[in-house]
Design a protein around this ligand. Structure first.
Ligand code: NAP
Length: 495
């Protein structure tokens, strides 16, 4: 199934002759999925220059017209969904229902943003002076760089592209190297949807070359980055030198709190999906289970019994519960954490690479559970794999202290039947997202998405606030008094 791709710059797909290429592989089988140009700093300059040239006309295009193009992209993506969902599974390894879900999330968000083309609301505000009218309007920022991770290989690029485009910006996308084919197919759908040349450009290649060049490029006014904390910190510092707006969506260490009155069968389904869905490689994955001592043993027994019947294997098989982790690098990193866990915690389940038969061709790990104490490294650091740290607590107050006692604050959850406790948790949990009686994963595109503490730098994607990242607000004062009026000076006393 291997396919060769060029860079997409100024409306043209091109593979400059003699240029180095790199490949992506299927983490379940080791088969090659695609071959891509290893972009250079010069490619980045050509792409941002094309985006800068396309900007004035795109900015002038009425937002509802931009929305029509997005709707056409969404329509084409719906038709392509079975094939594109399968590609997500083949290039990234998540099970097929989640591969299709990745594409559905893209469609949902593109449609949602298309509607934004008929809103893009500003405000009208009273003036302190007579015969004067005040309002705000939203304006695009210019050329936007979007840098994306591999775990949602269509959804995250679309979250950024659709919001940037509807607000009138032009875009250069640098996707995660590991999922370049998914990104290229997404860009192709935008091309086919009727986007003018230069409005969306794709430069594949490494973070250290293409990513750095984009962040430092003088045409780029805003960088929208999703990835790990260390990369994000570096991108933030580099962007700051150019006084760029840098929007960061980073990692998580997301807790589920399980209270003693919880509906245990419901929580069981939720924890299984939250911790081991996408093989734990979601920024919102449930990586800590904080359990009240009264239900601790009984719940762990239920959980491990269910894992005995949880099929790990071919992600294209609809019966499979968990596929491989996404790459050899991922496998190595997660196995290192598992070895660390064996030293500092009690291994309750799994803790190994799966071997034999088809497993030997891919990066398959057994779902893993450690019983640990709050403060161990495995309970504090983002592992980004199918590893769940379970922590025993004696009260709601202790559970919240543990939940909040990490550097991250993306998603959180509590299972309880006590409505008062549920509302207290909404108030108490330091996170951008809180679920009640549901796992830490399951975002919907019409709600804001993002976190507190080291999970980012305060912005939100998705929801109607997604447009804030990509717009400047202009304040407008219209004086129809036909004389010079001075704010703060010509003040009138109310009579
Ligand atoms: P990553 O290693 O930080 O890479 C993210 C992106 O940055 C990739 O496109 C990467 O390119 C690029 N990059 C690497 N070095 C760069 C540099 N010096 N300058 C500019 N760009 C650079 O993260 P990942 O492993 O792909 O993704 C996993 C992380 O993403 C996890 O921490 C997860 O929690 C986080 N994440 C967060 C959210 C959220 O919304 N909060 C959502 C999903 C994932 P290459 O691929 O070429 O290295």
């Amino acid at each position: 199934m291997e396919a060769e791709y060029g860079l997409f710059i100024d409306g043209q797909w091109a593979s400059p002759p003699g240029r180095a290429r790199f490949e992506t592989t299927n983490p379940a089988t080791g088969e090659r999925v695609g071959s891509f140009v290893a972009g250079t700093a010069d490619d980045v300059r050509r792409a941002t220059a094309a985006a800068a040239r396309a900007y004035p006309a795109w900015r002038e295009t009425p937002p509802p017209k931009r929305g029509e193009i997005l709707l056409e992209v969404a329509r084409r993506m719906r038709t392509a969904k079975p094939e594109l969902g399968r590609l997500v599974t083949q290039e990234m390894g998540k099970v097929i229902s989640e591969g299709l879900g990745d594409v559905q999330e893209s469609i949902d968000f593109i449609e949602y943003m298309a509607g934004e083309g008929r809103r893009l609301f500003g405000e009208t505000v009273p003036s302190e002076l007579r015969s004067k009218f005040c309002l705000t309007v939203r304006q695009p920022k210019g050329v936007v760089a979007c840098i994306t991770p591999w775990n949602f290989p269509t959804a995250i690029p679309n979250w950024k592209i659709a919001a940037a485009l509807i607000t009138g910006n032009t875009v250069v996308l640098k996707p995660a190297s590991a999922t370049s084919r998914c990104a290229a197919e997404v860009v192709r759908l935008y091309e086919q949807g009727g986007l003018p040349p230069g409005v969306l450009n794709l430069v594949t290649g490494s973070g250290s070359v293409v990513g750095n060049a984009l962040v430092e490029d003088s045409h780029v006014r805003t960088v929208s980055f999703t990835g790990g904390v260390e990369t994000g910190r570096d991108v933030y510092v580099r962007g700051a030198r150019g006084l760029k707006m840098v929007h960061l969506e980073l990692g998580g260490k997301n807790p589920v709190i399980l209270m003693d009155d919880a509906d245990l069968p419901l929580a069981l389904d939720g924890v299984l999906f939250g911790a081991f869905g996408t093989a734990g490689q979601r920024c919102t994955a449930t990586s800590r289970l904080i359990v009240h001592e009264k239900v601790y043993e009984s719940f762990l027994n239920l959980l491990t019994a269910r894992l005995d019947r949880f099929p790990v294997g071919d992600p294209l098989d609809p019966k499979t519960g968990m596929g491989p982790v996404a790459s050899a690098d991922q496998e190595r990193k997660v196995l290192e954490y598992i070895e660390l866990g064996k030293k500092e915690a009690k291994l309750r389940y799994g803790g190994e690479k799966l071997r034999g038969g088809a497993y030997d061709r891919g990066h398959f790990l057994r779902p893993t559970i450690f019983e640990t104490k709050h403060g161990s490294r495995i309970s504090m650091e983002e592992i980004f794999g199918p590893v769940l740290s379970v922590i025993r607590v004696g009260s709601y107050e202790e559970a919240v202290r543990v939940a909040n006692g990490v550097d991250y604050g993306l998603s959180s959850s509590i299972y309880t039947r006590d409505v008062n406790l549920a509302f207290r948790a909404i108030q108490d949990l330091e996170a951008g997202i809180t679920y009640i009686n549901a796992p830490t994963i399951g975002a919907e595109v019409q709600l804001p998405f993002g976190g507190v503490k080291n999970t980012g730098n305060g912005g939100r994607e998705a929801g109607s606030v997604a447009i804030e990242e990509f717009t400047e607000i202009k304040s407008v004062f219209v004086d129809f008094s036909s004389r010079l009026q001075k704010a703060q000076i010509d003040s009138e006393t109310a009579s």
